[in-house]
Design a protein around this ligand. Structure first.
Ligand SMILES: C[S@@+](CC[C@H](N)C(=O)[O-])C[C@H]1O[C@@H](n2cnc3c(N)ncnc32)[C@H](O)[C@@H]1O
Ligand code: SF4
Ligand code: SF4
Length: 349
């Protein structure tokens, strides 16, 4: 893989808001507090990110939180849609109202809708909200609008968290993707444990059972003609490819840049190492700067590896067997400099 430095990134991840309307049982937001709870405005995007937009091939409009909680979601989306860029975000789908559906239908390239629990009671257990009927209705309305416009966009995908007490619902996830004409099918993320009660459900606690159920689901998906992707890869491939480095070879900091709504810039969506702030410096300065260069030097070098990279948590690069990359139940902080909530604060949320 070529790791040549480019004049501009070809991809950006822009976090529009560090809030969410849910507190899913498994999510970092149930256990950690973002460094700053804030959101981007249309002006921020126009003034600070605008100069990069003509150079991008693709743009992800979320990173760790819920993009649809951003007050300016629609004008920001209109602003970035003026450029010929592939656009994408992931959402729990509960805030997909008619105005948002009108704004994205025919324009957004990819939309992932995250659902863990495909029966009302298992959805409620995992997402901590009785919302399966609502997300189902929203997906029907989005598909109706797409049909009216005669467009395939946004291309849909259903994402579900793979853990030892949800793997028996993978076939239901596949049926759900088929029902909602999700051309990108089902993607399964592998649980990272944020608190001690989630540790026993990590795939690494029983890779044989997890692997067997995932294979069975994959066969079922094939019969139905639904795409089925394990985001960290098939278990045997992941174990082989992450054995030496602790993560798969990674080129992200040479291709993309990740921005948080407080302006902090990170070399990838899962680090806690800032390389500048876009309200203090231009993105061009940060992209060409010494801090990002120093980080890049520690991405794939086993002798001089960044701590973040050694224990990489990125679905596509991380080891599923290393406890350090999957178990954050005792960690005081998490990616993007989130801090663990106190017990009292957690209950309050
Ligand atoms: C953190 S969410 C942010 C975007 C949006 N709120 C959503 O839920 O799609 C991104 C993805 O991470 C998944 N996810 C959340 N917590 C996870 C965990 N502990 N382990 C694995 N995947 C997780 C979610 O299911 C979702 O598909
Ligand atoms: S909807 Fe997404 S960001 Fe919100 S709590 Fe659930 S997984 Fe986390
Ligand atoms: S933390 Fe992971 S995804 Fe980020 S640069 Fe390092 S290896 Fe790549």
């Amino acid at each position: 893989m070529s790791l040549k430095k480019r004049a501009f990134p070809t991809h950006m991840d822009i976090e529009l808001s560090s809030k969410c309307n849910l507190r899913c049982r498994f999510c970092h937001l149930s256990y950690f507090t973002p460094k700053e709870i804030t959101q981007l405005s249309t002006k921020d995007v126009r003034d600070r990110i605008g100069p990069f937009l003509p150079h991008l091939k693709s743009l992800t409009l979320f990173s760790k939180y819920e993009a649809l909680t951003c007050r300016d979601f629609i004008p920001i989306f209109e602003e970035v849609s003026r450029f010929d860029i592939e656009t994408y975000f992931s959402t729990n789908g509960l805030l997909l109202n008619d105005d948002i559906i009108d704004a994205i239908a025919g324009k957004l390239t990819y939309l992932t809708v995250s659902v863990t629990g495909f029966m009302p009671e298992t959805y409620k257990k995992n997402m901590q909200f009785d919302g399966l009927a609502k997300v189902t209705a929203n997906l029907h309305r989005l598909n109706a609008r797409k049909a009216e416009l005669g467009t395939e966009y946004p291309i849909l995908r259903i994402s579900t968290v793979g853990m030892l007490d949800t793997i028996d619902e993978l076939e239901m996830a596949i049926d759900f993707a088929a029902e909602h004409r999700a051309a990108e099918g089902v993607q399964v993320t592998f649980l990272k444990a944020m608190g001690p009660e989630m540790v026993p459900f990590m795939p690494l606690c029983d890779l044989d059972t997890f692997g067997r159920r995932a294979r069975e689901a994959s066969e079922y998906a094939e019969k139905l003609g639904v795409k089925f992707v394990l985001q960290s890869g098939a278990i045997t491939d992941n174990l082989k490819e992450t054995k030496d480095l602790g993560h798969r070879h990674c080129g992200i900091p040479w291709q993309r840049m990740s921005v948080q709504p407080n302006g902090d810039v990170y070399p990838c969506p899962v680090t806690s190492t800032t390389v500048g702030n876009m309200f203090d410096q231009t993105l061009e300065e940060i992209w060409a700067g010494d801090e990002l260069a120093a980080f890049r030097a520690g991405v794939n070098d086993p002798e001089n590896m960044n701590e973040d990279c050694r224990n990489c948590t990125h679905c596509r690069h991380r080891s599923i067997a290393r406890r350090e990359s999957n178990d954050f139940s005792e960690a005081g902080s998490y990616i993007g400099e989130m801090k663990r909530k106190t017990r009292k604060a957690k209950v309050a949320n």
